[in-house]
Design a protein around this ligand. Sequence first.
Ligand code: GRF
Length: 220
Amino acid sequence: MKAEKAPLPRILVLASGSGTNVQALIDATRERDFPGRIVAVGSNRPKAFALERAAQANIETFVVDHTQYDSREAFDAALMAEIRRYNPDVLLLAGFMRILTDDFVRAFRGILLNIHPSLLPKYTGLNTHQRALEAGDPVHGTSVHFVTEELDGGPVIAQAEVKVSLEDTPESLAEKVKAKEHILYPIVVRWFCEGRIQLGSDYILFDGELLKAPLRLTDD
Ligand code: GRF
């Protein structure tokens, strides 16, 4: 008798912009052995190119346009309702440019991940590349973290570094960081889908062990 295969974890991605990270996730999840599948890509911006990328890959898309809602609470409630239709096991923020309410974050606690373009806890918020340059940091990078009520403050799962050179501008640094993000995010999502990463009260378990420091993807 043939053993029944367990259904793959259902991944839903939220994005507001060009969606290069969405593309990297689409490409990775298309690989035959990837332990999860993207069931939908959602956006708050009807024109986000991320939606185009998903449509090209025959992935369902939806829009919850924040300009149509009077409050953050109303927008988040509508977004939550839309997300629930897809019953995701993994909810990924990939350049999703809205601050989410505590209710939203709590509703998806433990399955909600974000990628942030800095080596957290450095440079939460915006303009991270500019700030790293102004500070003269020799090393910059990106972090994948669990989303909690604290903005860009949830436990960090993994990070990738880039070397900053004297010639770097915010734009060139952003490109270098994105190239790393396209490698890092799919790796972390793979681990998550394999059940290797779990969020505790304020800590992460990796393969059942306490993660003492974020995992690092290095250049070598
Ligand atoms: C990425 O740099 C990500 O870290 C940040 O927003 C950017 C999104 O870029 N949260 P893209 O739309 O995936 O190209």
